[in-house]
Ligand binder design. Structure first.
Ligand code: ZN
Length: 232
């Protein structure tokens, strides 16, 4: 499901993409450690942006879902980061050579390239920045960085701009800096075009309410209804 789940990647505070973010000046280093979906404790819930901004510490390293309109796609260059082929950590080019400091300064001649682009997203309750990672971008556009790089001759792919004004359902990974530093830039790990999750969620809520009403109305025979609830 997730290519890099057992590993971690880092995005430095000084990274060209992340450096564009507002309100980052207080943070010396911006570290993103990827967690596998399996390790997530909570079932991701649909939240408004207002709710996401006020999540408590129990949401650190949990996932939530938001349904948003993408208002802007930042034209960053590059629009991807390079990754060590051994440890899968982010690496930067130093004097035209890629080296991984985690792997004893090993030269990485052909680093993997992963998408990372920043979007601005809003709903009726507020606005946040989202760093869309490799998986959601690949999913939406069906291409790898290398394929897009070749097509666009290194330029910022104009196709990313087609996301603007669109409605998307995005799964966010809540990080410590989102809660403790009140950093309003979130990691986007998964994306669906449209309001994919919402009908499903409403339906689920409705069914639970129905079952509760029935079981209250009929004081006996509740076990059947409870069974129904547990199957939801
Ligand atoms: Zn490495």
């Amino acid at each position: 499901m997730c290519n890099f789940s057992p590993t971690a990647y880092y995005i430095n505070y000084n990274h060209h993409i992340v450096a564009q973010l507002r309100k980052m000046s207080t943070q010396p280093e911006f570290k993103i450690e990827h967690r596998s979906i399996v390790q997530t404790k909570k079932e991701p819930e649909l939240k408004t942006i207002q709710q996401i901004k006020t999540l408590g510490e129990d949401y650190i390293e949990e996932e939530v879902i938001c349904q948003v309109q993408i208002t802007a796609v930042q034209e960053s260059n590059p629009w991807y980061y390079s990754q060590c082929t051994t440890c899968y950590k982010q690496i930067d080019q130093v004097e035209s050579t890629y080296r991984c400091s985690k792997c004893n300064n090993r030269i990485v001649p052909y680093p993997d390239k992963k998408f990372a682009i920043i979007i601005v997203a809003k709903d009726e309750t507020g606005e946040i920045n989202i760093l869309l990672m490799d998986r959601p971008i690949r999913k939406l556009f069906g291409k790898t960085v290398l394929e897009m790089e070749e097509e666009e001759k290194g330029k910022f792919p104009a196709t990313f701009k087609t996301m603007e004004k669109g409605i998307y359902t995005i799964k966010l990974e809540i990080r410590e800096f989102n809660i403790k530093e009140k950093e309003e830039m979130y990691i986007g790990n998964d994306i669906y075009q449209g309001s994919y999750m919402v009908p499903k969620m409403k339906e689920r809520k409705f069914t639970v309410q129905q079952a509760t009403e029935i079981s209250q109305a009929q004081s006996s025979g509740t076990s059947i209804h409870l069974d129904n609830i547990s199957q939801l």
